[in-house]
Design a protein around this ligand. Structure first.
Ligand code: ADP
Ligand code: MG
Length: 379
């Protein structure tokens, strides 16, 4: 039975003292603290007699001086040894103050098992606004499928429907035989879809490194029990998460900022961070929403290199982009949206010489095209 006496004041102070001694922020610290109090001190007759005095005094002293418990003391020691080792090796921790361009990252993207995304006759209305009208497209592994079109033509809406943020009014979204259009965003993420956002979505209060690591949570996680007991499986998952995040930060040139607060980065770098965050899970499909806007020339080059590496490694990329030159240089297929409808589809060469695309999307007068066709394609 449970009685109020079982939870006496002295019991409460003992539990509190155990967690202060061990360190309440660490699972094993708290266990060790409890063990010391229970099997060590508690066994002595004198201690039992004066237990309240001991624990009370300890709570005051320990609470003030031993803020992280024994676990904290131990961690502090390791951190100090680490710092000393780093100092003697001549490396220092990065300071996120300069925004000088890093060399184009040479890191490897690893392997990707790209999936085929097929969007068939998808429609979406917001009230009376028909944002998408029966849109179909397909993105295959090893290829960059670009989605272009003027502002408001429905590009982001389409990505939002693929990743489950919006429900389709009609149509089918298929990923290697699995239908996505009825799934929630987390289920779509687990199915292997990763994305970046036109306006980066990065939580406050996390470092660049942790923000990138979080990209693996959906696809490579240990169970809560594994995490609580810090099982070998949890440690393996965490080590892989960290290694992968380091590699992707290196790839997008953000390694120097790994310990900076993620939201403190300028817009361009936050976009690159989102690219790294979506790559760490090695998704079946990577959706990029205007990642190049706000990037300087150097970072646009870096981004192209990264995208090429992903497709060369077998990944599937859907690229929503305004930078027409970038699209022409990267895309295997281009889908042009206008007013929520697919206006044209084709190879870069076909799209570049499509009079409708040039006039409606690029604002080139079709009458001039006859004379300019030769020079236009060289732009
Ligand atoms: P793009 O990304 O091509 O610039 P969007 O997909 O953002 O275009 O928008 C397409 C159309 O859908 C626009 O008319 C926009 O106003 C509308 N729209 C997008 N999202 C919403 C929403 N959540 N609520 C209402 N209208 C929306
Ligand atoms: Mg958009």
């Amino acid at each position: 039975y449970i009685s109020p006496e079982a939870f006496s004041f002295s019991f409460a102070t003992t539990v509190l003292a155990a967690s202060v001694l061990g360190g309440s922020g660490s699972v094993y610290g708290a266990v060790i603290g409890a063990a010391i109090l229970q099997f060590g001190l508690n066994q002595s007759r004198d201690f039992q007699e004066y237990a309240l005095v001991f624990t009370g005094a300890f709570l005051i002293v320990g609470g003030v001086f031993l803020t992280g418990g024994l676990a904290g003391v131990f961690r502090g020691l390791i951190a100090r040894l680490d710092a000393a080792a780093a100092k003697s090796a001549g490396t220092s921790s990065p300071v996120p103050t300069d925004a000088v361009a890093a060399p184009v990252a040479s890191a490897d993207v690893g392997s990707f098992t790209g999936k085929t995304l097929t969007v068939t006759d998808v429609s979406k209305s917001f009230g009376g606004n028909k944002a998408l009208k029966s849109v179909s497209l397909s993105a295959a592994p090893g290829r960059v499928t670009a989605l272009i079109g003027p502002n408001g033509s429905g590009k982001t809406t389409l990505l939002n429907m693929v990743c489950g943020f919006y429900r389709t009014d009609a149509g089918v979204i298929d990923l290697d035989g699995k239908q996505l259009q009825t799934l929630s965003p987390d289920a779509v993420a687990r199915a292997g879809v990763a994305r970046t956002f036109q306006t980066p979505h990065i939580p406050e209060g996390v470092t660049v490194f942790d923000a990138v690591v979080s990209g693996r949570y959906m696809s490579h996680r240990a169970s809560i029990l594994d995490a609580v007991i810090r099982s070998p499986r949890f440690r393996r998952v965490r080590a892989a998460d960290r290694a992968e995040a380091e590699a992707m930060l290196e790839l997008v040139g953000l390694s120097r900022f790994r310990d900076a607060e993620a939201t403190s980065l300028p817009l361009g770098m936050r976009r690159l961070l989102e690219v790294a965050r979506s790559l760490v899970s090695h998704p079946g499909v990577l959706l990029l929403d205007e990642v190049a806007s706000g990037l300087d020339e150097h970072d646009v080059d870096l981004l192209s290199t990264v995208i090429r590496k992903v497709t060369a490694a077998g990944g599937t990329v859907v690229l929503v982009e305004h930078n027409f030159q970038l699209v022409l240089s990267l895309a295997d297929e281009i889908v042009v949206l206008a007013h929520g409808e697919v206006m044209a589809k084709g190879t870069p060469a076909e799209i570049e010489s499509n009079p409708r695309v040039l006039s409606e999307y690029l604002g080139v007068d079709p009458d001039d095209l006859v004379d300019e066709a030769g020079t236009e394609s060289g732009r």
